[in-house]
Design a protein around this ligand. Structure first.
Ligand SMILES: [Zn+2]
Ligand SMILES: [Zn+2]
Length: 369
């Protein structure tokens, strides 16, 4: 059973942590609950820590640092760096480096969590074995200029231990003494770390495994409301891979994307700006293009009946007509914008000329005064 494991490549520290915390969650946590019971404080602390650390990963590590999908106030950056460390997913710098590599080489050998190497590899296996090739940090030069990011990168293990374990234990002690401190450490600390890690690991595994591909079938990323529920809204992963700089993953109003709602609210209260959005016509054209690709592949099937073939052909033609109409409208809009810009430029030029003329007149009159 163990002969196929490449022991020379095992990342012993990370593997021991992942297996050890999982073991404690399955043994010490139920034992504690059986002996001392579960009170509301520990449950509340579990959810508060889960949200603080979880959104720090999705909103901070992912959308803000990795994709620059918006610009966060220094307080938002500091908060997500501190509580992101508490997720035990390494520093924002390393996380972004791996994630940008994932987007660049998705589904290929250099993708750190390539789904073609299996669900286990994409979920957790890539962390348990040393990556090949090793990270060079060339793709995160912009983040290396950020003092807060570099501070967190240097002290990430210390911050992680304080936030993930010492903070809940201290809160538990203040609430109910030593037994509550132990319970908070186990439930809001250890079990929360394990639960959150597996939620966010699902972005690399299940989000490339289950769901639909409405925007592009060029890569394995998929949209699914089920994965969105366990990943703080990151489950609309097909959209995300097609338009990675958009601050939204669930772009439709009805899609569950709490990370997007928080970014929008931060923008409203002045803690985030430069929110990047893909124009709706570009999104629609991507959907139409993908629908057409799907229809064309169906038409290639030799088992299609004549009636079905006629139906799919009609559907294909309708898609093509709609896409052409959109392209025409877009071109017309561009033409109008160009004309308006031209008129505006002429008007500004005329205003500058008249100002120059007035200055000249004044300069000519001045010596006589
Ligand atoms: Zn992905
Ligand atoms: Zn991403």
């Amino acid at each position: 059973m163990f002969k196929n494991i490449p022991f020379h490549r095992v990342n012993w520290v990370t593997s021991s942590f992942l297996i050890g915390t999982l073991f404690l969650s399955l043994t010490a946590v139920p034992l504690y609950i059986w002996k001392f019971g579960l009170d509301w404080f520990q449950c509340a602390l579990f959810f508060v820590m889960l949200c603080a650390c979880g959104f720090s990963i999705t909103l901070g590590y992912h959308r803000m640092f990795s994709h620059l999908a918006f610009r966060g106030h220094w307080s938002v950056r500091l908060f997500t760096l501190i509580f992101g460390a508490g997720a035990f997913e390494n520093s924002a710098l390393m996380w972004s480096c791996e994630h940008r590599t994932h987007h660049k080489f998705v589904d290929h050998d250099d993708d750190p969590y390539d789904i073609n190497k299996g669900l286990f590899h994409a979920h957790i296996g890539w962390l348990m074995f040393k990556l090949r090739p090793e990270l060079t940090y060339e793709n995160v030069a912009d983040l290396q200029k950020d003092k807060l990011v570099m501070w967190q990168h240097r002290h990430v293990q210390l911050i992680a231990v304080i936030v993930a374990f010492i903070l809940p234990a201290a809160a538990g002690y203040a609430w109910g003494g030593w037994s509550a401190a132990l319970g908070s450490l186990l439930i809001a600390g250890v079990a929360r770390v394990v639960f959150l890690q597996h939620c966010t690991f699902c972005i690399n595994s299940l989000c490339h495994w289950i769901g639909k591909r409405p925007y592009s079938s060029r890569c394995s990323a998929r949209d699914s409301w089920i994965t969105a529920l366990v990943t703080f809204g990151e489950g609309y992963h097909n959209y995300h891979h097609e338009f990675q700089h958009d601050y939204r993953n669930g772009v439709k109003p009805w899609q569950f994307d709490p990370t997007k709602w928080i970014i929008w609210t931060l923008n409203l209260i002045g803690l985030a700006d430069n929110l990047r959005r893909v124009p709706s016509e570009k999104i629609l054209l991507a959907e139409l293009g993908e629908a057409q690709r799907r229809m064309e592949s169906k038409l290639e099937s030799p088992y299609l009946t004549e009636a079905a073939r006629a139906y799919f052909t009609r559907y294909c033609e309708r898609i093509q007509a709609t896409a052409a109409e959109w392209a025409q409208l877009k071109a017309a809009q561009m033409e109008i914008t160009r004309e308006m810009m031209g008129e505006l430029r002429e008007e500004v030029q005329r205003a500058i000329e008249s100002l120059k003329l007035r200055d000249y007149e004044l300069a000519r009159v001045a010596p006589e005064v």
